[in-house]
Design a binder for this molecule. Structure first.
Ligand SMILES: Cc1cc2nc3c(=O)[nH]c(=O)nc-3n(C[C@H](O)[C@H](O)[C@H](O)COP(=O)(O)OP(=O)(O)OC[C@H]3O[C@@H](n4cnc5c(N)ncnc54)[C@H](O)[C@@H]3O)c2cc1C
Ligand code: SF4
Length: 375
C-alpha cells in the first residue's frame, strides 16, 4: 500500500459528518499535518509505528526524525496470520519484527546492565550484525564489526530495492545514521576466514546465508539468482519466468507486473506464499495483484529443462508446458551455514541472523537483540 493510503477516503468522508475524522494507515507526519491544516481530517491515528518506536511522538517533537526506526509494514511480528489453501495459521501476535522490546517490556526491563565491559568482534554488517552492535553498545560494550564487502545492510540492500519498499530503504538509512552516531567501528573489505585472526572477549557470527540454492537441470546455466536480478533493477527481459513462488519470487513478479512486463511464476509446491509467518495482510494483496495483472501462476509444477528462449515445466497431471522466457529467475531459497569452522575451541562464539537460520528480518533482529541482552 502507498504511504498515506487512506487519506483520500478519510478526506472524502469529512464533509458529510460533524464527528471528528481520524485517519491512519501508513500516515506520514508531514502529510497528516497538511491534511489537518487544510481541514481534510481532524486527527492522525498511529498504530504500528508505535510498536517499532515507543518514543515516536517524543522524537518527532524533538525533531529527531533520524533516530526514528521506521515501520516497514512487514506484519511479521504484529500480524503473523498466514493463509494458504483457505487454512489460517496464527503465529504469536503482539510483537514487532524490528523491536523485540515491544509487548515484552516486563521481561526485558528486568535485565540488569552488564557488570563487565567486553570487547566484542562481530563478523558481518548485515541487519543482524548491525542490530547486535547497536544494542551491545547501548549496554556499554566495545564492538568492532568485520565486513567482507564495502556496504552495510548485507542482503537487505536487495530486499529493500523494490520500488514499493521505500520504508525498507529508510530502515537502512536508520542503521547507517545510528552506526555513525554511536561511533561503531566497521572494518570494511575485511573477510574473516578464521576467528584466530581476531582478538576479542566474545565473537558474534552474523555472516548471513551461504548463498542461493541453484537448480541443476539442462539449460540452468543461464538462470539468474533473485538477488542478482534485483540488484540489476529487475530490468532484464520482457517474458520472465520466476522459479519459486515464495515471498521473494512473488515480490519480483509483482514488481515486474507493475512495470508492464510479463512475469510467470512456477512453484513446485501446491500453493504460493506458504512461508510460515508471512502475513496474509501482505500475501492476500499479492494474490489479488496477480489476478489483477493476469500473472500466470503454475503450482505443483516441476521445471524440466530450458533453452535460450524458453523453459519447459511439467504439471502434476504430467502435462508438459513450454513457457516463453527471455530471462529465468531462480528464487528457491538460501543455504544455511557458517563460512569457517567455529567448532574447535571457542565457547564464547555466538551465531545470529541468517547464519543461524535462513529466515527474515524478525529472526535477524530478534536473535541479535536477545543475544545483546545476555552479554
Ligand atoms: C531478495 C530478498 C528479499 C527479502 N525480503 C525480505 C522482506 O521483505 N522482509 C524480511 O523480513 N526479510 C526479507 N528477506 C530476508 C532478509 O533480508 C534476511 O533474512 C536478513 O537481511 C538477513 O540478515 P543477516 O544480517 O543475518 O545476513 P546478511 O544480510 O546476509 O548479512 C551478512 C553479512 O556478512 C558479511 N559476511 C559474510 N561472510 C563474511 C566473512 N567471512 N567475513 C566478513 N563478513 C562476512 C556479508 O558480506 C554480509 O554483509 C529477503 C531476502 C532476500 C534475498
Ligand atoms: S512487525 Fe513490521 S509491520 Fe508490524 S509494527 Fe513491526 S515493523 Fe511494523
Amino acid at each position: 500500500m502507498p504511504l498515506n493510503c487512506n487519506l483520500p477516503e478519510a478526506g472524502a468522508v469529512k464533509p458529510f459528518t460533524d464527528k471528528p475524522v481520524i485517519c491512519s494507515g501508513r500516515m506520514q507526519p508531514d502529510a497528516a499535518a497538511d491534511a489537518i491544516r487544510e481541514g481534510k481530517i481532524d486527527f492522525l491515528g498511529i498504530g504500528r509505528q508505535h510498536l517499532v518506536e515507543e518514543d515516536y511522538v517524543t522524537k518527532l517533537r524533538e525533531e529527531k526524525e533520524e533516530d526514528i526506526r521506521p515501520c516497514i509494514s512487514c506484519h511479521l511480528g504484529c500480524m503473523p496470520i498466514s493463509l494458504w489453501k483457505n487454512k489460517c495459521t496464527f503465529g504469536q501476535l503482539g510483537n514487532c519484527a524490528l523491536n523485540p522490546h515491544a509487548g515484552h517490556e516486563a521481561q526485558y526491563d528486568k535485565i540488569p546492565m552488564p557488570s563487565v565491559k567486553k570487547n566484542i568482534a562481530i563478523v558481518g554488517a548485515g541487519i543482524a550484525g548491525l542490530e547486535f552492535a547497536l544494542r551491545a553498545t547501548e549496554r556499554g560494550h566495545n564492538v568492532t564489526i568485520y565486513e567482507k564487502g564495502h556496504r552495510i545492510g548485507g542482503i537487505f540492500n536487495e530486499a529493500a530495492a523494490f520500488s514499493f519498499k521505500e520504508k525498507d530503504k529508510e530502515l537502512l538509512e536508520f542503521y547507517e545514521n545510528q552506526v555513525k552516531k554511536n561511533h561503531i567501528n566497521i572494518c570494511f573489505d575485511t573477510e574473516i576466514r578464521d576467528l584466530d585472526e581476531i582478538e576479542a572477549d566474545e565473537y558474534v557470527i552474523a555472516t548471513g546465508s551461504m548463498g542461493p540454492n541453484r537448480l541443476s537441470i539442462p539449460g540452468s546455466e543461464r538462470f539468474i539468482n533473485a538477488q542478482d536480478f534485483i540488484a540489476e533493477g529487475c530490468s532484464k527481459g520482457e517474458d520472465i519466468v520466476i522459479i519459486g513462488g515464495g515471498v521473494t519470487g512473488c515480490e519480483i513478479a509483482y514488481e515486474l507486473a507493475c512495470k508492464g512486463k510479463k512475469p510467470v511464476i512456477v512453484e513446485v509446491q501446491d500453493d504460493i506464499l506458504i512461508a510460515p509467518g508471512s502475513s496474509m495482510a501482505n500475501t492476500s494483496f499479492l494474490r489479488d495483484a496477480f489476478e489483477y495483472y493476469h500473472v500466470p501462476v503454475y503450482t505443483s509444477a516441476k521445471t524440466l529443462k530450458a533453452d535460450e528462449r524458453s523453459i519447459t515445466i511439467v504439471e502434476e497431471n504430467g502435462t508438459e508446458v513450454c513457457l516463453k522466457a527471455d530471462v529465468v529467475v531462480q528464487s528457491i531459497g538460501f543455504k544455511q551455514g557458517i563460512p569457517f569452522d567455529i567448532s574447535k575451541k571457542y565457547d564464547n562464539v555466538h551465531v545470529i541472523g541468517d547464519s543461524a537460520k535462513v529466515s527474515n528480518l524478525l529472526n535477524a533482529v530478534h536473535t541479535a537483540y536477545n543475544l545483546a541482552m545476555t552479554i
